[in-house]
Design a protein around this ligand. Structure first.
Ligand SMILES: [Zn+2]
Length: 302
């Protein structure tokens, strides 16, 4: 599989934390697979991969970057159970001996419960590029666990439902200079609201504003890394705006008509003209509208 001809490339960026003994290599897919980020955390004697891309051809390019670093893969971490973050795991660990795939029980259950439905949705679109074999996390961490990998401490937090039904974050090293949040925060991109947990997602983000106040750099599942406080705050504003704008279009507790949905997409694009992944706007309309209708007076709590 690794020798097959590739048309894909992944955008590459490098962030060195020389004083703390690690380098973060960031790989980003193209728009067809939603500008998804995967990371390789390099320490003196090993590599840890964070998320594994969605399709075979992207995962193979990620493997080539791993191979080029010429160090053993010592673990894979999966941030959450959406296929753009776990689908490539089988390809990534192929050829390495018993690599632990680290995540929480909630993420494992999310993958297990949804991979058939995701395959029905996406395999017709991606064809042979859609991976056949799914690997579930096999090394489960709990909220507050610290795992040392090649001398570097990984501090794990189980956030529960936020962007997905179960989201994980972790900070690195004693200085906690970097945090990886999966899709709990996007940067300059529309959020994926399809799972309909927007109120809970907001509560998690408010908590993170306090909890991550001293963490300098945030690495996200989609978009460039950036200042932790600013990115978390921007995500709060995005979700709040999405909810407010959608609630304004809901009347008589009815889901939006097709015309109203087009208006909503227009308004969101107008408010965030520079944001990418505009296709995500539509994906959240019905689930979030349903959520707002159940909440009844949602704006009071935002
Ligand atoms: Zn994602």
């Amino acid at each position: 599989m690794r020798a097959s001809k590739l048309q894909n490339t992944l955008k590459y960026s490098r962030y060195a934390y020389d004083n703390e003994g690690y380098i973060i290599h960031m790989l980003t897919s193209n728009e067809r697979t939603f500008f998804t980020n995967a990371y390789i955390i390099e320490t003196k004697n090993g590599l840890v991969v964070v998320d594994t891309m969605m399709i075979n051809s992207d995962a193979i390019v990620l493997c080539q970057h791993i191979d080029n670093l010429n160090k053993p893969l010592i673990a894979v971490i999966i941030t959450h159970g959406h296929p753009d973050h776990y689908n490539g795991t089988d390809t990534i660990i192929n050829g390495f001996n018993e690599v632990p795939v680290i995540s929480t029980k909630g993420v494992r259950n999310c993958i297990q419960d949804s991979f058939d439905a995701k395959e029905v949705k996406w395999k017709p679109y991606f064809g042979h590029d859609w991976p056949e074999d799914k690997i579930l996390p096999n090394h489960l961490v709990k909220d507050g666990d610290v795992v040392n990998l090649d001398g570097l401490d990984y501090f794990f937090r189980d956030l529960g439902a936020a962007e997905s039904s179960s989201d994980l974050l972790f900070t690195l090293g004693e200085h906690k200079s970097a945090v990886f949040v999966g899709d709990v925060v996007f940067n300059n991109m529309h959020g994926f609201m399809n799972d309909g947990n927007s109120a809970q997602w907001l509560r998690v983000l408010q908590q993170l504003l306090i909890e991550l106040a001293d963490v300098k750099q945030l690495f996200t599942g989609h978009g460039a890394p950036g200042n932790t406080y600013q990115l978390v705050q921007a995500q709060i504003e995005y979700i709040s705006h999405y909810r407010t704008c959608l609630w304004a279009l809901i009347s008589d507790n009815q889901l939006l008509s097709d015309t109203q949905k087009q208006s909503f997409e227009f308004l969101m694009n107008k408010h965030y003209p520079q944001y990418q992944l505009a296709s995500f706007i539509k994906a959240g309309i019905d689930p979030v509208a349903q959520e707002l209708i159940v909440e009844n007076h949602p704006l009071k709590m935002v």
